[in-house]
Structure formats: C-alpha cells, structure tokens
Ligand binder design. Structure first.
Ligand code: A3P
Ligand code: MG
Length: 416
C-alpha cells in the first residue's frame, strides 16, 4: 500500500481526522475538507481528503436523477453460472389478502444457500459488459470514455450510499479503480460484517431464509404458471437487470437483482418489476413509526435507484406466518413518512450519493486497473480513503482488463 503525502493506513483512517478537520468539514457548510499541495513553489488545485456524512449538509433541492433505462439483464443459475438472458426471471402471482403462508416450511429440507464466503465482486457485471459492449458503445457513442459511463457498480452499493447519512450501525468499505475512463466501485467486506456473518444465531439464519420463502410462495417460473410452493429454495439463482441513468453529472451503469415482474407483457422494464419484502407485523404505533423510519428508508432506496415502482410486502408473526400482504408504491413513500418527526429525506440520500461520487471522481484520477482507492466509512465519522497499488484489494480481473484492451486496440473507440 502506498503511504501517500497524507494518506493514513487503512486501520489508522478513523484516527486521522483531527477535531479541527472534523469541524471544518462538518460545521462550516463545506462537505469536503481540502489540502493544498505545494511543489516547487507551485500551488495545485486542492485535493479533497474526506467527506462529511452530516445530514444537514445535504438538505438542498433534489438532484437530477434521470429515469433509469434498462440496457440489459442476465441470469445466474442454481450453481451461480452466468447466462446472458432472462431465464431466471419470475412472474408475480397475487396472493390473497391474508394468505397464511408458513415461511418456516422447507428451511431444514428444501433450502440450498449461496456461499456468502465466495466474494464475486463485480465479476458478473463485468461478464455482462464484455458480452454486450457493442450495444453499450453504440448507445453512448458521443462519450469520450470507452463505455460512455462514469461509474460501474452494483445497485446494492449505491443503496448503502443513499442510506449513509441515516445509518448508525454498519459502516462500509468501497474499493474504486479507474479503467478506460470509467470508475468501477466494488464493496469489500468489513471486519465487523465478517464477524457478524460468521456468528449469526440459528434463529437469525432461519429468519434470513423467510424472505426467500416468501418469494417462492408468490412467484411462478412462467407467465401463466403457478408458484411451486413445495419446491427447493436455492439462493444461488438470480435475475439481474442492468440499468443506465444519470445522477447530477454522474453517468451510472449498475445492476441489481430483481425479484419478479408483472405478468402484463405490455409494461416495459424496469416499470414492470416488483420488489418483494417481508417484515414483522405491525401491532403498535411505535412499531409503525420504526417501520417508517428505518425499514422504509432501505426499501425506498433499493427500489428507487433502478426505477422499480412497487414493493409487495408480507407481514409475518413471530412464528413466520404471513398474516397480511400490502403493496407500497415507491412514489408514495415520502407521503407515508411525512408525519414522522425528524424522519429521513430522499433529497439528503440522493445529494449525499451525488457528492460522494464527485468526491471519488476528484480523488481517483489515475487510469490504472491495478490501483485501488479504498473509501472507508464508520457511523458518526467522515468518509476517508487510502491508496493501494497491486495489493489484494485490486479487483478488476485480468480477463476483463485484457479483453477490453484488445477490443479497443482492434479498432473500437480508444481507451482514454
Ligand atoms: P426480505 O427482504 O423479505 O427481508 P431482497 O429483499 O433484497 O430481495 O433480499 C431477499 C431476502 O434475502 C431478504 O428478504 C432476506 O430474507 C435475505 N436478506 C438479504 N439481505 C439480508 C441481510 N442483510 N440480512 C438478512 N437477510 C437478508
Ligand atoms: Mg426482495
């Protein structure tokens, strides 16, 4: 790892922000803290060193967020093999109002769980890009960089960014590398997340299955099919949409898993997609308030990003029985939460994400797939970064880099 001018070691990062730095970035109205770099008497433009996550700084008008356009999709089968098609797309089958589904059914005998210890990084998205780059390039032919987008990432990483100003429990680590003029962002599991993952209780493990079981109760494999409620739940299987959009001046290409679609073939993607969720039944005003303040924030952020318009939620009791099913329209969620005191605001989420991406752009300047800037955040702190060259953090695989380089060397638009 590089010990840059002022770059702290990864483990030192959180100690390196001085009180006065914190005040400067957090209370002056500036989101960035800057450092002047002097060399041979010359003064270069200031280099931002960290980014505040304080909510008040992001309470301004809603940034431009273009309607996301689906540019493709892919599927992962029961063994996590990639297919450049929609074979895993499922169709929504409306359940009754109180369907009595038992989410515990099949946990011990009909459940195949994806190995979360296997870190796939951006690999499936990169595979999709290689197999569809001509489509992407013709769509973005006016752009100066090879893919015509500023950022490539997973939707889930963006969801974490959107919720950061309100997050008090879990930090994150995001690795960024610039290649061909595009910045790729891939998550690195934090130590705390690894410890949590490896020490889940049996009850927690079972409850993680409940969401997938709910999906099985209300999804069919074919447009006119019925759900196979006695089948195996295999969490390796996935259908992912790939969308393109723009947040402020950041052109984004990202992919996210989609639970199912409406049967009506006339509705185009991503408007036809439906997100499925489960949650504990709401019995008291306090539980309703918590649901609005915490759960709806995460639900909204996840679906708003790719333009998925609705969520079907199954509310379950302590024994995992679904006692009610409700539909949430993403466009109505800000109305639903408006009476909560001091609640989350969509504009804060989007402005923070936009400013984070500007911060990344201003830091990650060198075009080099083996160079990683690691952005790190812990609740109640600023976002910091460290620099790593040719280390275990390098995440763009040789098969991707070589294939892109030879493609562009062969006459396609040049890399920057
Ligand atoms: P629920 O959403 O009903 O909780 P997603 O909703 O994002 O499509 O995820 C599908 C299911 O994966 C979740 O269903 C839940 O069962 C499980 N899951 C995903 N992320 C999880 C997490 N961080 N902790 C626990 N369970 C998770
Ligand atoms: Mg879901």
């Amino acid at each position: 790892m590089e010990r840059g001018r002022d770059k702290p070691r990864h483990s030192d990062l959180l100690q390196s922000s001085t009180h006065s730095d914190y005040k400067r970035s957090g209370y002056s109205g500036d989101c960035y803290a800057h450092k002047r770099v002097r060399s041979g008497g010359e003064t270069f433009p200031s280099v931002p060193r960290f980014l505040s996550t304080q909510r008040q700084l992001y309470e301004r008008s809603f940034p431009v967020y273009k309607q996301p356009v689906e540019v493709g999709f892919f599927s992962l089968d029961s063994e996590r093999n990639f297919f450049n098609d929609s074979r895993q797309l499922r169709y929504y089958v409306e359940p009754g109002k109180s369907p009595n589904f038992s989410l515990r059914d099949g946990y011990h005998d009909r459940f195949i769980k994806r190995d979360e210890g296997v870190k796939e990084g951006l690999d499936h998205m990169l595979r999709w890009i290689l197999e569809n780059r001509t489509k992407l390039q013709s769509k973005n032919s006016a752009s100066s960089c090879a893919l015509g987008v500023d950022f490539v990432t997973w939707r889930g990483h963006l969801t974490k960014l959107l919720t950061t100003p309100y997050e008090t429990q879990e930090g994150w680590l995001l690795a960024a590398s610039k290649f061909g003029g595009t910045i790729y962002i891939s998550e690195v599991e934090t130590e705390a997340a690894r410890v949590n993952r490896e020490s889940r209780t049996e009850r927690h493990k079972e409850m993680m299955y409940w969401g997938f079981k709910f999906e099985q109760y209300i999804c069919a494999d074919d447009m006119n099919g019925v759900p196979d409620q006695g089948g195996v739940v295999n969490t390796n299987e996935a259908f992912c949409t790939v969308v393109q959009t723009r947040l402020s001046d950041h052109k984004l290409l990202f992919s996210g898993e989609v639970d199912c679609r409406d049967k009506d073939p006339r509705i185009p993607a991503p408007a036809c997609y439906i997100e499925l969720k489960t949650s504990a039944e709401i019995c008291t005003p306090k539980q309703r308030s918590n649901f609005h303040r915490y759960k709806l924030l995460k639900w909204w952020a996840q679906s708003f990003l790719p333009g998925v318009p609705q969520i079907i939620a199954g509310f379950r009791d302590q024994d995992g029985i679904v006692v009610a099913v409700e539909t949430f329209h993403i466009s109505n969620i800000s109305q639903l939460i408006k009476n909560e005191y001091n609640c989350w605001k969509p504009t804060v989420c989007m402005n923070f994400c936009s400013d984070f991406l500007s911060f990344v752009k201003s830091v990650v300047k060198e075009d080099n797939p083996r160079l990683v800037h690691l952005f790190e955040w812990e609740p109640h702190r600023d976002v910091m970064f460290s620099v790593h060259r040719d280390t275990q953090y390098t995440f763009l695989p040789d098969w991707y880099v070589n294939s892109m380089e030879s493609h562009f060397a062969g006459g396609a638009q040049p890399l920057d």
